[in-house]
Design a binder for this molecule. Sequence first.
Ligand code: DQA
Length: 164
Amino acid sequence: MMKKTPRVAKLRIVGDKMDGRKKVLVVHGPNLNMLGTREPEIYGKETLPDINRRLIALGRAAGVAVACFQSNQEGALIDRVQLARNQQVTFIIINPAGFTHTSVALRDALAAVAIPFIEVHLSNVHARESFRHHSYFSDLAAGTICGLGSHGYELALQFALRQT
Ligand code: DQA
């Protein structure tokens, strides 16, 4: 009679690097959850889930895990950026939205984790009101992309994928 080989559960280490793939974090600031209906003549008709789905698919095709996070709360955005260091995120793509022009604290979080990042804006902030011309992030960023709509996120991800 054939002896049955005992089944050994396969160990899967989940955690730090998500599922072992390299990881890019995409952070969306306040009001970007309203994309699609929010001032579509400025921000376009695509929704945030549409944009995120495309980024995740692009990452998957390249073998890189893309995690997307949106919050209207400054503190939640800061907590998410801090968490990125523990998760060994290798690159951040961030649209700080309105916090671009106000948030020293979110800037400090990005400086603290020292993860390279690209700042993305859907609209061309330099062609808009003067209060949108200053960013607390641009001088720390690896680069900035603005005015190219949601395509800007994809260009940022393409760059990130080359770095990771
Ligand atoms: C934005 C530009 C910001 O000035 C504005 O506050 C936003 C969106 C953009 O993607 O174009 O909320 O970051």
